[in-house]
Design a protein around this ligand. Structure first.
Ligand code: GLU
Length: 275
C-alpha cells in the first residue's frame, strides 16, 4: 500500500551504514508512495551546513530520490511554538529552571531515582513550585525549559494504542520518560515535540526508524492525542551494528559512507553490507 515515509537525519556528523539502512528502508516502505527527507537540526550548537550538504550527496550516491523542498526544522520554530501554546492551554506544561547540575544533585540526594530509556527521570523539582515563585522567576527573566507534566497529561486522555508493523500493538506508556523537556532553554522545541509536529504537518502515514526509538513512540502517541494530530503507523527496524555487536555512532568515521566511498565501495556493496 502506498505510504508517505521519511528519513529524518540530524546534520551533526557524516552518515554511516546505519543511516543508509534507515534511508533505504524508509524509501522502500513508501511502497510507491512518497518519500521525504527532513533535517532535524534544532540543536543549533551541533548542526553544521557541511553535514547537511553531505547528507544529500551521500543519499544521491546511494541512488535515493526524494521530494523537494526538504523540511528543515530550524525554519519552522513557529510551528513548534503553536504546538506548545496548545499544550500550555491544556495546563500540561510547566517551566523548569533547573540546570543540568542541579538535576544531577537532586537525583543523587534522592538516591534510587527511577530510570527511563535515556537515564534517570527528572525528579520533578520544578513541578512543585508555587504559582507565585514561578511568576517571580519568570518576571526576573530567568532561563527556563518547558516540561510536560506527564501525569496530568495522561489524565487528559483515555487509553492509547499504537501499532508497529514489526512489533505489533502497544498500549501506550507515555510516562516511561517522566516529565520530558518539550522546549529547551535555548530552543522552542525538543526532539519529541518537533518529530510529532513535523510528522503530522508532512502527512507521514508510516514512521520508520531504528528500534532505539521504539520507547519514544509511547510519548509521541500521547503528544499526538493532546495536540489532536492524526496517528500514523510505525515500523521500528533493527539497528546496524559493527562486528562486535555495537551500534554504529557518528564518531565512527571509518564507517561513514564518505570514507567507504573513498575506499572504493560501490552503492551496491553498501546495500549488500546492510541486508
Ligand atoms: N533525527 C533522529 C535521528 O537521527 C531520527 C528521528 C526519527 O526518525 O524519528 O536519530
Amino acid at each position: 500500500m502506498p505510504e508517505v515515509t521519511r528519513f529524518a537525519p540530524s546534520p551533526t556528523g557524516w552518515l554511516h551504514l546505519g543511516h543508509a539502512h534507515a534511508a533505504l528502508f524508509a524509501q522502500e516502505a513508501a511502497d510507491g508512495g512518497r518519500f521525504l527527507i527532513r533535517l532535524e537540526d534544532i540543536d543549533g550548537t551541533r548542526a553544521r551546513p557541511e553535514y547537511e550538504q553531505a547528507i544529500f550527496e551521500d543519499l544521491a550516491w546511494l541512488g535515493l530520490e526524494w521530494e523537494l523542498p526538504v523540511r528543515r526544522q530550524s525554519d519552522h520554530f513557529d510551528d513548534y511554538r503553536a504546538a506548545l501554546a496548545k499544550l500550555e492551554a491544556l495546563g500540561v506544561l510547566y517551566p523548569c529552571f533547573c540546570t543540568r547540575r542541579e538535576i544531577q544533585e537532586e537525583i543523587a540526594r534522592a538516591g534510587n531515582a527511577p530510570q527511563g530509556p535515556d537515564g534517570p527521570l527528572y525528579p520533578g523539582t520544578c513541578r512543585q513550585r508555587s504559582a507565585d515563585e514561578r511568576a517571580e522567576r519568570l518576571a526576573q527573566g530567568e532561563a527556563y525549559a518547558l516540561r510536560l507534566d506527564v501525569t496530568k497529561a495522561m489524565a487528559e486522555v483515555s487509553e492509547l494504542i499504537w501499532k508497529d508493523r514489526a512489533h505489533g500493538l502497544f498500549k501506550a506508556q507515555p510516562d516511561v520518560f517522566g516529565d520530558v523537556v518539550l522546549a529547551r532553554k535555548d530552543t522552542p522545541a525538543s526532539y519529541h515535540l518537533a518529530v510529532v509536529v513535523d510528522d503530522a504537518l508532512q502527512g507521514i502515514t508510516l514512521v520508520t526508524r531504528g528500534e532505539d526509538l521504539l520507547e519514544a513512540t509511547h510519548l509521541h502517541r500521547l503528544l499526538q492525542e493532546l495536540l489532536g494530530l492524526p496517528v500514523p503507523e510505525w515500523h521500528h527496524h533493527r539497528l546496524i551494528t559493527d562486528e562486535n555487536g555495537k551500534r554504529l555512532a557518528k564518531r565512527d568515521d571509518a564507517r561513514s559512507l564518505r570514507s567507504l566511498r573513498a575506499a572504493g565501495w560501490t552503492p551496491d556493496q553498501v546495500k549488500e553490507a546492510i541486508l
